[in-house]
Design a binder for this molecule. Structure first.
Ligand code: BTN
Length: 257
């Protein structure tokens, strides 16, 4: 346990949440996996925040891995009670908004959201989010690239980029958790969806996506109340609830921060 980092995390959490369970690790396999095991075995209860300096088995969405080398990023997971009557889409929306708000609070940057919850700065992905349900709880895992690894990001990291700002990782983790916990107190607050829509610039653009093994393209028309991506394709209007969309690299660079 790294006490100095834990103190800096609590600084970011602020008075309202400073007494939640916090632990800062050096290396671990995956902060999401750790919280899942500890919660299942009754070692911890929500709310609980875990951070790590690096992960040996960082997990991404859609079964991918998440590159998590030491000295470059912030890897954190928050175990929280699932608010009643809340669906996964709302958690996704509020998590993306919480990270944007924390980065905006601590830097001069204004991250853009690529549906569903990838955060981009300067046309590069700087943050990924993996939310996983666990009984009545949810584990919200967040990886933020603070600076590029020596030698650059590996090929498998795709469009990865970094915030590249002089920023304290543990304090940012606390600040993100503060925004998450505050959002979870009232996930139906219309201001959260409005904040998501304002930062999600895909509307009006053509995206590609895969459905039943087929690649299709459609124009994005909006974000639904439950966080789905509303599109207009050859079969008329539809709402995507999960998966991923891609768009041309020029457009991506132009609209994503
Ligand atoms: C994605 O972009 O596909 C989601 C990446 C989520 C990565 C974070 S890093 C902290 C937490 N622990 C994990 O193993 N994954 C999440």
């Amino acid at each position: 346990m790294n006490n100095d980092a834990a103190d800096r995390i609590r600084r970011g959490l602020g008075e309202r949440y400073e007494l939640i369970g916090v632990q800062a690790l050096g290396e671990t396999d995956s902060t999401n996996l750790r919280l899942k095991e500890w919660a299942r075995s009754g070692q911890i209860a929500p709310p609980y925040l875990l951070t790590a300096d690096s992960q040996t088995a960082g997990r991404g969405r859609l079964g991918r891995s998440f590159v998590s080398p030491p000295g470059t990023g912030l890897y954190m997971s928050l175990l929280a009670n699932m608010p009643p009557d809340t669906d996964a889409g709302k958690i996704t929306v509020l998590a993306a908004v919480a990270v944007c708000q924390a980065v905006e609070e601590m830097t001069d940057l204004t991250p853009r959201i690529k549906w569903v919850n990838d955060l981009f700065v300067g046309g590069r992905k700087v943050c990924g989010i993996l939310a996983e349900g666990l009984g009545d709880s949810v584990i919200i895992g967040i990886g933020v690239n603070l600076k590029p690894p020596a030698g650059g990001f590996p090929r498998e990291a795709g469009l990865a980029g970094a915030l590249n700002r002089d920023i304290d990782g543990p304090e940012l983790a606390g600040c993100i958790a503060r925004h998450l916990l505050s959002g979870l107190e009232n996930p139906g607050d219309p201001a959260i969806l409005a904040a998501y829509r304002a930062r999600m610039p895909l509307v009006g653009h053509t995206v590609r996506y895969t459905q039943n093994g087929q690649t299709k393209s459609a124009r994005v028309t909006g974000v639904s109340e439950d966080g789905g991506l509303m599109i207009l394709g050859e079969n008329g209007p539809e709402t995507l609830r999960s998966g991923e969309v891609t768009l041309g690299s020029d457009t991506l660079a132009r609209i994503m921060g």
